[in-house]
Structure formats: structure tokens, C-alpha cells
Design a binder for this molecule. Structure first.
Ligand SMILES: Cc1cc2nc3c(=O)[nH]c(=O)nc-3n(C[C@H](O)[C@H](O)[C@H](O)COP(=O)(O)OP(=O)(O)OC[C@H]3O[C@@H](n4cnc5c(N)ncnc54)[C@H](O)[C@@H]3O)c2cc1C
Length: 1024
């Protein structure tokens, strides 16, 4: 690629004539390249030669040089254009992007604004109206002249609040004289919408008095005149509707017709609660001396902490993986000859290089490490290459010839259950079918006063961790070292040893630290390819998936369809519930069957329902790969349960708190499956707190928004349940002057290190800085089980409880021997051991001076119920989520104004870590609710990267998140602090759904809530 910098405009024009592409700010090109557009061979930098600046003429016209940046326009007080420029891209783009480039780009957000300002374009070939230039662009744009009107309006709707491709942009300009429209200009454009003036409506408006216009008729007229296409993300109907609502709003602005729509009234919880509960507010301000900076935080914030994927050494080979070319196909042959012959390639491996079991999977080994006969999803691994550079490895991938025979696809889980459906594996597509029936369900429904029924649909959410899957592997003196972020090193070792056919002792697996997991690194990811390549080449090999590859190959939250029918009597008492859940597993089981099982265990939420009939099925399809994700099925089920509760409350005429209080489980009541449940629940107290909250009060929203408040209760099982092995080893020792904890769990960003520091220092009195955590290394730490199912916090706490007193005694004894003082006179203080009678905690002997002390080890089982008929949890955590939302009347988007979370999970071990878990979970849950869906069509990803997979950004995050914890435990409760990794996410979808229903009168049932559905609900109005 060559960039020319001519000195004159003539030389520039000559270069363009010769085929060079003109570039001003270069930002549109940057965007097009990121989407795969071809890069021009020769570019010519035109920016410095073009006019720049804004000049105002006496006739009111304004001329803007083509090289003027959007940032300068934003600051330039140009009518309409300055406001509009604020909504284009991000500040760093606006500082480069030019007005000429925006027009040259041809699809920019500013075009509708320029069209309604009657822009004239002056080019090197003359002056012409913008519409004409857009139809036949010729010549270099030198400047633009615009004619402002009396009144302007503008609206951009993107995929979400932050900058993203525009769904549609609309702009208007009106001149009004004596209350009558004398000139009107309306335009739409942006993204895939061709920029266009709405001439027919413009003409019709002239002579009309805005006060006399009928809003619905006006909308309809505009709607019919907008030309807009559908795309994967929004329909043409939605685009037209948004444009119509926005333009009608602008035209009617200031008239009596532009009234705010009020949400339909419904009973609200009564705030008078007799005994306000004692809750701890979690925040830096309220925390006082309970607030500690996480030890891993400064380096993470500075970006200086190396992850396993950051590891670099001279001579490391680079690996790349060849993924399936089809979502479902037979492999006839794989030819790696040409790839192997490429200079710089050190190894090309396929299924033929797998000496051991060519399959893996946490629950059932159904996923090939390297596909041999068939591919089942687009992320399947077919071959891998290790080469001297990434470019050589990628070139080698392109030389691998795979002969496929495409097979019929199955992408709908319900269709996959048909007898004649294509089979993803050899047998049935049904993996598990969990049924439970209790009581006389049919009779209860037959006599119930109210019944509500609907299907709740949840998305294929992506974990979206910052660090994509990757790491490195190397032969070492004992065998093989594999360093890849994971959530259970010992289990990764077991699975890898089977694949490599070597004893587990020959493998050392390092899994921490990890740049985020959320369940997405629970299953093996790139370990088999890295290990085999390191083994074959005898060299260190590294690999990190690009984001696009991670999107295609990584496991996702299982999309679910939950049909739920719930009945209550005339007073709101629940009498029966029927649930039918179908979960899309994708091509391989991983943990999907357990996710379904967990969802089913949360079928009734924290309520008592005497008659139940439930069924949950997990089904193979060619839709990617499903698996573990924070919430693990309970959040999907809670969404359905809690919306059903609100809908019944509506039917009974009760407020949402009252119906919940009426049906809430009592402490000590058996769990949903009939199992015993650990004491300490605090649901009643939290409902009191929720009821007393000021979140129910009226609050201000923007003129184009409708306010709503919703609540959701939830209980969330922790630990793996009764059936799987759920044990943990843990050890504590004094080593090199530090109290060292050896634990096989993983620090993924969730705050395990700080929780450990808090637990140890609280228990034995040392400083947090005296503690060293050794996590995620099978060579140094014992097997503590998986870092999943919110079990980490309990494992750390129990481990410390079991070992710290003995280690403390050993330390005191060692100090007593060294100092010649009786143990009774000594105590552990920050830095070492001090005299108990001393005024200041100054150590008489430091931990370093005491030398190393042998580890105190413990082995324990995560607390379980005695229920064995199926998998059941024993320890639950409880919470109430409250959401305050503002629903936009123009585009149907939902803004979360505030989220409150009341939790009951025992004592807070570390406040910052706990709060971080809750805030992160709430926002992650909000993403699943409002924007996140890894869309697939015909087995291919539609959302291939983060530009269209819209995770919440800071602009989508509620400005207020209030987390309060009910820390007390029942007298004699032996189980201590509960794990809270999942608690925050469980109820957030339901709370937001109920808040949206409060605002618009209808319950959204498909997540993420499509703005077009919400607009439709608004037109329906009444609650159902
Ligand atoms: C992260 C990101 C976000 C973005 N978000 C938005 C958005 O929200 N809305 C939006 O509208 N756009 C967006 N864009 C696209 C783009 O940045 C803008 O449209 C921008 O205004 C283009 O200006 P530029 O000067 O950088 O154009 P360039 O990239 O330099 O050029 C764009 C095109 O115009 C031609 N051209 C440039 N100058 C002239 C001229 N004087 N005469 C004739 N042809 C010319 C070029 O040959 C090229 O074909 C985004 C881009 C990025 C990278």
C-alpha cells in the first residue's frame, strides 16, 4: 500500500485519475477494512489541500470546508449539524473524520441532517445539490453550503446507546409562519438506509398547522414514505416506525399533541414496613475500614499484570487452528502435505496425531480434540499448525486441503427432536429429559381462579471475557507444561492426559491468572492443540484466539425456550405450575445437560407451589457449542417465574410484593426437589427492604421516555450438587516469610485472592500483605475442585477455617521456641509474632525469621443434602433485585436508570470483591436482557465480533447501582459465607422485564428485548 502526499490540488486530481483513492480522515476506510473490504493499493492524502473552517454569510447560509473535522463542526455552533455531529462515532474518530469524507463515504449519519439543511456541494467540477452529488458523485468535494431553517430536529437510533452502526437517522427542518408550516424538509438515512428526502410528506405538511395534526395519522403517513431495508439486526418495519415516531415528535414538538404517555397505573408495594432490616451498604464510602484495595487491582488497572497469553520468549512457535468450513459435514479426507512443506512450518497436526482418546467433555466425552470423520459446528477443530511466525502459520492453514461432504443442518432444537431430523451425533439429538410431577396438577389448574401462560425465550449470550482463549505449552523435564486460562486445572489435566495418552503426573497445568471466564473457560479450549503441538515440535508454542475465532469456537449460554403455565387462587396463592423447557445444547454436551438440570431445580423460584409438572430437555443442534455461564440456567428460569408472578399479581389486583410474600417459601421448607436446604434464608427480611425502598417513588425521565419499576426475588443454588464429586483440598503453610495458601482454584478477576487474604488475616491476625496465594497450578497447588457454581468463596473460607488455627499454633510455638517466651504471651500480628501485652503490635520476631513451617492440609466436601434421586443443591443464596427503567417511546430501547440488589449470602468476606461480583453480574445480566445475543443463521455466526454483538458499555450501565447485604446467619449455622459469583445475575432479567411491563403495560418475553417488540407493546397498551 502506498500513500501519496501531493503538493497541489492538480497533482491530487491527477493521482485520483490514475486510480489512487482519496483519503481525508481515513476513518470510514478504517471501518470498511475492519469489515473485510479490500484495501486500495494507492491512496492520496487530500486533507491538507482542502478548505477547512466554517464561515457564515449575511444571507444566513453557512459554508463549511470539506476538510473541517466533525469535532470542529460539533463545537462550531452550526444549526442542527453541531448537535448531529455529537452523535457520530466516538471523540477520537470525530477528531479525524471530515465533512467531505462523510459525504464521500455516502452512508454517514450526518447525511439526513445535511439533506434537510438543503446542502449544496462544491466540488472540483462545480456546485450541485447534495441529493444530486449522492446519486452521481464526481470530483473532489471542496466545501458545503447549507441553509438553516427556523426549527430543526434530529434523532439517531443505533444498536445501543453508545456509538454503533446507525439503525436509522432522521432529521427535520421546519419554517413556520403564523402557526402554519411554510417550508418543511424531512430526511432519513444512516447505516443501511439510503439517504433520502421525504418529499411527499414535506409537500403535504406545507400549509398545515402543527396543532391540528393527528399524531397517529402523521406517523402513518411518514412511515409509508420511508424506504428502509431489513438487516440481521433490525427489520424494515422497525426502521420506518422509529423514523416516523421521531419525525412526528419533531413536527409536533411544542404542540398540545406532544403529550407524554403515562404508564398504566398498577398497585405498588406499600412502603410501610414495621421492622426495617439491618443491611450493610456495600460501597467504598460506606465501607470504612472494611474497604480494601484488591492486591491484584493496581497492576490490572495499569495493564501491567501479565496473563498467560502475554507470555513471550525468544524462539516460541506460533500456533493457529483450522476450524470447520461447514457447520455440519462429513470429512472425506484431510491433506496437509503442502502445509507441512511450507518453509517455517514446524508441525501440522490432525486427528492422526492424537495417540489417546480423541474426545473430551466435562460430563460426557463427545467432543473431538481434532475432527476425523465429521464436523458438527463452525468452531470445530480440524487441524493445527505451529510455525515460526503467525503469517506462516496462517498461510499453512490455507494450504490444508479438507474434502467435505456437507450434511443437512439442524438448527432448531424443537425440529431436532423430530424422528427424521438430521442427527448431530450418531443417535438421538436428545441428551437429557428431566421430568418431575408432584400433586394433582390438572385438578389444580381446572379449579384455579387465574392462570397465566407464556413462552420465555433467552439468548445465546457470549461470555465476552477480555482475554480470549489462549496461552502456551512447552515440553519440560517432567513431561509437558500447559499454561492456558481455565477453571479447573486438575480436570484439564485429566482430560488432556487422556487425549495425549500420558500419565497425569507428566502434565503440569497452569490456569491462573485469567482475564475473565464466567464459565466459558470451564471446558477445554485450546489446550489439546497447544499440548500436541508442543509435544510434536519439542518447542514452546503459543496461541491466542482472535476475537472472531473466539466468537465462532467458544461455548455460549444455552438459548432456552421455557413454556410456563402458572395458576393461583382468587387471593393470589399459587396452586399449580407447568414448565416445559427446551435448551439448545449446540454440537457438544460440555455442561449443557447440567445447566438444564439447574434450571429445572429453580422452576418455582423461592416460592411454594403444591402441584407441579415440569420437563426439561437438552438438545443437540449445529448451533455452536453451549455450556456453562454464570447463573447456569437459574437466571433464565427466574426470568420466567418472576414475570409469571407479576402477571398473576396483575390479575388478582395485588402489588408485586404482596403476592410474593403470600407465596414465599418459609425457612426450613424442603427445596424444589424435596431436598433439605441449609438454614439462613432472609427472604422475608429482604422483601421488607425492597418494599421500603425509595426506588418505587416517582422519578424524572427524559420527555421521550416512560418510567417503570420492577422487582424479582430469587434463590440460587451453589456448589455442584449431590451427584458430582464436590470435594476440595486446601493447604496453608509458612514459606519464605509469607503465609502461603495452596489452592487449586483460579483467580479469574472475581476476587478470590482478596477473599483469601481477608479470610486468613481475619482468622489469624496477620496483615493481608503477609499472605501469598498460590492458585491455579497443578504443579504447586492441590486439587480444590472447579472454580464454578459460586463454590470458590466457600472453599477458600472453609479451607482457611480448617487450617488457619493449626498453622497459627505452629507459628506461635515456633516463635515461643525462638524467643523463649511462653506461647500464652504471644500473638500473631502484622509482619510476625508480638508480645500479647505490648501496647503496639510490633513483632518480636518476623515471619521470615521463623523459617518455613510445614503445610497444614485439609480435605473436605462442599456441603450437600442427603437427596440422591437426582442432583440437588443444599446451600442456596437469596436476593431481591429492583430495577428502575426508562423506556424510549421513539425507538423502544430500554435505559436502566437504577438497579438495587439486596442479598443474603452470609458474612461479606471482602467488601470490594463482593461488590465487584454483584455489579459485574448485574451489568452482565442487563446485557443478556437488553442487547446481547450471539446470533446464528444456518449454523453460521451472524454476530461475528463485538461490533455487532452489543455488550453493555459504560453508557449502558445504570448510573446508580445500590448493593446491600444481609450478613447475619442463623444461630449455629456452620456453613459460613456463601459463594456469590452468580447471585447478582439471577434476578436481573426478571426485574427489568417487570419494570418494562410497568412502563409499557406488556411483558416482554424474548430476551434480549427487541426494541421493535417494545414499540409494538406500547401500541397495545393494556396489561396482559
Ligand atoms: C469506530 C468508527 C465509528 C464510526 N461511527 C460512525 C457513525 O456513528 N456514523 C457515521 O456516519 N460514520 C461513522 N463512521 C464512519 C466514518 O468515520 C465517518 O463517516 C467519517 O465522517 C468519514 O470521514 P473521513 O474524513 O474519515 O473519511 P475517509 O475515510 O477519509 O473517506 C471516506 C470516503 O470518502 C471519500 N472522500 C474523502 N474525502 C473526500 C472529498 N473531499 N471528496 C470526495 N470524496 C472524499 C474517500 O475516498 C472515501 O471513499 C465510523 C468509523 C469508525 C472507524
Amino acid at each position: 500500500m502506498k500513500i501519496l502526499h501531493p503538493k497541489t490540488l492538480d497533482a491530487t486530481l491527477d493521482a485520483i485519475k490514475a486510480g489512487a483513492t482519496p483519503v481525508a480522515g481515513g476513518t470510514a476506510l478504517q471501518m470498511q477494512w475492519s469489515q473485510g473490504a479490500e484495501r486500495p493499493e494507492i491512496m492520496v492524502n487530500i486533507g491538507p489541500l482542502l478548505p477547512c473552517g466554517i464561515s457564515h454569510a449575511d444571507d444566513g447560509n453557512i459554508t463549511i470546508g470539506a476538510a473541517t473535522t466533525l469535532d470542529a463542526i460539533r463545537q462550531g455552533r452550526v444549526p442542527l449539524l453541531s448537535d448531529a455531529a455529537r452523535d457520530v462515532a466516538a471523540p477520537n474518530i470525530r477528531r479525524l473524520a471530515t465533512l467531505g469524507g462523510t459525504i464521500g463515504f455516502g452512508a454517514g449519519c450526518l447525511l439526513p441532517a445535511l439533506l434537510v439543511l438543503d446542502a449544496k456541494v462544491t466540488t472540483t467540477q462545480g456546485t450541485l445539490p447534495l441529493c444530486d452529488y449522492l446519486t452521481a458523485p464526481t470530483g473532489l468535494i471542496l466545501s458545503i453550503t447549507i441553509t438553516p431553517a427556523q426549527r430543526h430536529f434530529w434523532c439517531k437510533t443505533g444498536l445501543r446507546a453508545a456509538f454503533t452502526p446507525a439503525i436509522i437517522v432522521s432529521a427535520g427542518a421546519l419554517d413556520i409562519s403564523d402557526g402554519v408550516i411554510v417550508k418543511s424538509r424531512l430526511a432519513v438515512g444512516g447505516g443501511v438506509v439510503t439517504p433520502q428526502r421525504l418529499n411527499t410528506v414535506e409537500h403535504w405538511l406545507v400549509g398545515q398547522c402543527p396543532d391540528d395534526l393527528d399524531p397517529a395519522a402523521l406517523c402513518e403517513r411518514i412511515d409509508q414514505n420511508v424506504q428502509a431495508p431489513s438487516c440481521a439486526f433490525r427489520t424494515a418495519t422497525y426502521r420506518r416506525r422509529v423514523a416516523a415516531l421521531a419525525l412526528a415528535e419533531g413536527i409536533l414538538h411544542g404542540t398540545a399533541k406532544a403529550t407524554k404517555r403515562k404508564p398504566p397505573a398498577r398497585p405498588l408495594p406499600h412502603p410501610d414496613v414495621k421492622t426495617p432490616p439491618v443491611l450493610t451498604t456495600l460501597s467504598r464510602n460506606a465501607g470504612g475500614d472494611r474497604w480494601h484495595t484488591r492486591p491484584d487491582m493496581p497492576a490490572k488497572v495499569r495493564g501491567t499484570m501479565p496473563y498467560l497469553t502475554d507470555h513471550r520468549e525468544d524462539g516460541m512457535l506460533i500456533a493457529r487452528i483450522l476450524r470447520a468450513a461447514h457447520p455440519h459435514a462429513k470429512i472425506r479426507s484431510i491433506d496437509t502435505t503442502a502445509a507441512q512443506a511450507l518453509p517455517g512450518v514446524h508441525a501440522v497436526i490432525t486427528h492422526k496425531d492424537v495417540r489417546g482418546l480423541n474426545r473430551f467433555g466435562i460430563l460426557m466425552q463427545d467432543q473431538p480434540a481434532f475432527c476425523s470423520d465429521k464436523v458438527r459446528y463452525i468452531g470445530d477443530t480440524v487441524a493445527a499448525v505451529a510455525a515460526e511466525t503467525a503469517a506462516i502459520a496462517e498461510a499453512a492453514l490455507a494450504l490444508i486441503k479438507v474434502d467435505y461432504e456437507p450434511l443437512a443442518l439442524v438448527t432448531d432444537p424443537e425440529a431436532a427432536l423430530m424422528d427424521d431430523a438430521p442427527k448431530v451425533h450418531s443417535d438421538s439429538n436428545l441428551i437429557n429429559d428431566i421430568k418431575l410431577e408432584r400433586g394433582d396438577v390438572d385438578a389444580a389448574f381446572a379449579t384455579a381462579a387465574h392462570v397465566v401462560e407464556d413462552t420465555y425465550v433467552t439468548p445465546r449470550q457470549m461470555h465476552g471475557f477480555m482475554e480470549t482463549e489462549g496461552g502456551w505449552a512447552a515440553p519440560d523435564k517432567d513431561g509437558l507444561l500447559v499454561c492456558v486460562g481455565g477453571q479447573h486445572g486438575a480436570r484439564d489435566r485429566l482430560q488432556l492426559a487422556r487425549i495425549l495418552d500420558i500419565p497425569q503426573e507428566k502434565l503440569r497445568i497452569i490456569t491462573s491468572p485469567i482475564g475473565g471466564g464466567f464459565g466459558g473457560k470451564d471446558e477445554l479450549t485450546v489446550q489439546p492443540a497447544l499440548a500436541l503441538l508442543a509435544q510434536k515440535t519439542g518447542r514452546k508454542v503459543r496461541l491466542q484466539l482472535s476475537r472472531a475465532e473466539s466468537v465462532a469456537a467458544g461455548t455460549k449460554r444455552n438459548p432456552m425456550r421455557i413454556r410456563m403455565r402458572t395458576a393461583c387462587d382468587a387471593k393470589g396463592k399459587l396452586v399449580a405450575q407447568q414448565v416445559d423447557l427446551i435448551s439448545d445444547c449446540g454440537a457438544y454436551a460440555s455442561l449443557s445437560p447440567s445447566v438444564t438440570e439447574t434450571a429445572m431445580e429453580h422452576c418455582a423460584g423461592p416460592y411454594e407451589i403444591p402441584n407441579i409438572r415440569t420437563r426439561g430437555r437438552t438438545v443437540y443442534t449445529n448451533n455452536g457449542a453451549g455450556g456453562a455461564f454464570r447463573g447456569f440456567g437459574s437466571n433464565q428460569m427466574t426470568f420466567a417465574v418472576e414475570c409469571q408472578l407479576d402477571r398473576l399479581a396483575q390479575k388478582v389486583g395485588q402489588d408485586p410484593a404482596k403476592i410474593r410474600r403470600l407465596n414465599m417459601r418459609m425457612p426450613g421448607t424442603p427445596g424444589y426437589l424435596g431436598q433439605t436446604i441449609a438454614p439462613t434464608e432472609r427472604l422475608h427480611e429482604m422483601l421488607d427492604a425492597a418494599q421500603a425502598s425509595d426506588i418505587w417513588n416517582d422519578f424524572d425521565v427524559e420527555p421521550d421516555e416512560i418510567a417503570g419499576v420492577g422487582m424479582a426475588l430469587m434463590m440460587q443454588g451453589t456448589g455442584l450438587g449431590t451427584i458430582p464429586d464436590d470435594t476440595a483440598h486446601f493447604a496453608l503453610r509458612l514459606q519464605d516469610g509469607k503465609i502461603e495458601a495452596l489452592c487449586g482454584l483460579d483467580e479469574m478477576g472475581q476476587g478470590l485472592i482478596v477473599s483469601l487474604h481477608a479470610a486468613v488475616s481475619d482468622k489469624i491476625g496477620c496483615d493481608r500483605a503477609d499472605i501469598r496465594a498460590v492458585f491455579g497450578d497443578t504443579g504447586r497447588a492441590p486439587d480444590s475442585g472447579s472454580t464454578t457454581a459460586a463454590r470458590g468463596g466457600y472453599v477458600v473460607w472453609r479451607g482457611v477455617e480448617n487450617t488457619a488455627p493449626t498453622l497459627a499454633t505452629k507459628i506461635i510455638t515456633a516463635a515461643s521456641d525462638r524467643l523463649g517466651l511462653s506461647p500464652e504471651r504471644l500473638k500473631i500480628v502484622p509482619g510476625g509474632v508480638a508480645d500479647i501485652t505490648a501496647n503496639a503490635p510490633i513483632p518480636l520476631v518476623s515471619f521470615s525469621e521463623l523459617g518455613d513451617l510445614e503445610a497444614v492440609e485439609t480435605f473436605f466436601e462442599f456441603p450437600k443434602s442427603d437427596y440422591t434421586k437426582s442432583n440437588a443443591r443444599f446451600i442456596f443464596t437469596y436476593a431481591v433485585t429492583l430495577a428502575r427503567v426508562a423506556v424510549n417511546r421513539i425507538n423502544g430501547t430500554v435505559r436502566i436508570a437504577r438497579l438495587d440488589l439486596h442479598t443474603a449470602a452470609g458474612p461479606v468476606i471482602d467488601m470490594a470483591a463482593y461488590l465487584g461480583q454483584m455489579e459485574g453480574a448485574l451489568v452482565q445480566g442487563a446485557g443478556m436482557t437488553l442487547t446481547e445475543d450471539a446470533m446464528m443463521q444456518d449454523g453460521q455466526m451472524v454476530t461475528k465480533n463485538f461490533d455487532t454483538y452489543t455488550m453493555p458499555s459504560i453508557r449502558d450501565t445504570p448510573s446508580e447501582i445500590v448493593v446491600t447485604a444481609h450478613e447475619s446467619l442463623d444461630a449455629g449455622d456452620p456453613f459460613g459465607p456463601r459463594g456469590v459469583g452468580e447471585l447478582g445475575i439471577t434476578g436481573v432479567t426478571a426485574a427489568i422485564a417487570n419494570a418494562v411491563a410497568d412502563a409499557v403495560g406488556q411483558w416482554p418475553t424474548v430476551t434480549p428485548f427487541a426494541p421493535q417488540d417494545i414499540l409494538t407493546m406500547m401500541t397495545k397498551g393494556a396489561r396482559t
